[in-house]
Design a protein around this ligand. Structure first.
Ligand SMILES: Nc1ncnc2c1ncn2[C@@H]1O[C@H](COP(=O)(O)OP(=O)(O)OP(=O)(O)O)[C@@H](O)[C@H]1O
Length: 125
């Protein structure tokens, strides 16, 4: 089989950014993740979180958002493959959605561990 010439690196980045833009503008859940990220970043500056805490928050944002991208990709592929209701299609979509949910719950718990003590301290409770 003839080897196809690969796109230049800048084009690959362009496709990746196009994917991010498509998911952020079209997927409701991704918009919610973006709003949550902005709120946490503001809270991070307000409560002067440490560099390690910033790293934890940024890593968890990356994890949740990357999984949301993969979830959208799985949904698109399943819908492309079949329009019928099939158990394997359900498993693929539900498992991908479950992956996002697990990461989002863990991120929310980590966020509470970081921010609740700072909030209580600032309220002098
Ligand atoms: N082809 C299918 N066969 C069987 N079950 C399906 C199929 N397509 C969707 N489902 C079921 O319906 C649910 C919702 O599917 P849908 O494609 O509407 O995702 P969604 O609710 O739009 O997800 P999101 O909110 O993440 O975009 C799936 O999680 C799955 O349980």
């Amino acid at each position: 089989m003839k080897k196809q010439k690969k796109d230049p690196l800048y084009k690959s980045f362009g496709y990746a950014f196009a994917g991010i833009f498509a998911v952020v503008t079209k997927e409701r859940n991704m918009k919610i993740h973006c709003v949550a990220m902005v709120c946490v970043v503001i809270a991070g500056f307000v409560f002067h979180i440490t560099p390690v805490e910033w790293c934890i928050c940024l890593t968890l944002f990356g994890l949740v958002m990357a999984l949301e991208m993969v979830n959208t990709a799985v949904e698109a592929v399943v819908d492309l493959v079949t329009e019928e209701r099939k158990p394997l299609a359900k498993l693929a979509k539900d498992a991908a959605a479950g992956a996002v949910l697990i990461a989002a719950i863990m991120a929310a718990i980590a966020g509470m561990i970081i921010f609740i003590p700072k909030l209580l301290e600032s309220l002098s409770i």
